[in-house]
Ligand binder design. Sequence first.
Ligand code: ATP
Length: 347
Amino acid sequence: MATLELRGIKKRFGDFYAVDGVDLMIAEGEFLAILGPSGCGKTTLMRMIAGLEPPSAGEVLIGGVPVTHLPPRARNVSMVFQSYALYPHMSVAENIAFPLKARGMPKSERDTKVKWVVGLMGIEGLVKRKPGRLSGGEKQKVALARSLVRDPSLFIFDEPLSSLDAQVRAMARGELRQLHDRTGVTTVYVTHDQLEALGMGDRVAIMNRGQVRQLGTPQELYDDPADTFVAAFLGSPPMNLIERDNRIIGFRPEYLQPRADGSLAQGALVFKVRIMQLEFLGSEWLIYGVLEDGDGENRLLAKVDQPVASKLRSGESRDFVVERSCLRFFDKTTGLRIAPSAAKLTQ
Ligand code: ATP
């Protein structure tokens, strides 16, 4: 277990910055998820932490010790990728013991460690099998066991679950997080899947174009996005963003609801919406609408419960309402969040 600190990390390929000045402090035992679209620099950043890629600028510190110029083996970082890279001719037990053997650990000690990690991962029944006879989820567990047996100070996961199918993936997500809670190894987990990042991370760093756009708890990022990129990137579907009074107003689809009879709460915003389509999501409905007032064609999304949806029809126009407390305001030019007091609204 150790802290991880990144100071002004940059990586330049030619005249392109894949990572463009990242500062992060990750606490001992923390699970930090790094979330961002494809090509935003996640893997490059992880490779610099692991020592597989030298940074063009900046410093990496593990446990407070500068490791920027140390080779990977001197960092005690364990990196788990999407591909498991298990040795096909070795049994599961041999695969797990391999890094210990390479280190010259005596057999009895190796056996004890393998037994411990196999128990921890709940894969006792697999130890004699060869990787060719394992499912994707099982291979992933073996790869994890092999990483864990080395007692790493830091775990780096780079999209480790992306080759699993949706159901196994949801299970693996839970198991991985529980494993972290049992071992307490400081973890950086890279993904472009927001369910993974929000569900697993103690904190999440949202990256775009080589920079961290926001760092916070999943709830902070969801409720209080720092800019329109984060607002539009997080949430499924993402936050509605519309232009009004020279500013961008954001609100989550679940806060946009058909106007009920009776008086309106103070400060609530009313939108006249033409309903284009209703989509069944299982536990709720997604309403695709177009804003009828205002300039241009603004599309809006609302998430409503079944009883509410049953009263709505495609093609009709309805008033929808958002409470004032659910509105977020952003600068039209920079996309950065602005204080509600600075955002006077006209109905
Ligand atoms: P993904 O989720 O698709 O894996 P990522 O966020 O991990 O993406 P990186 O692999 O870190 O992104 O790549 C970031 C950017 O740097 C990309 O535009 C990529 O093309 C570029 N890049 C990565 N490695 C190199 C390299 N060795 N030479 C030149 N450009 C590179």
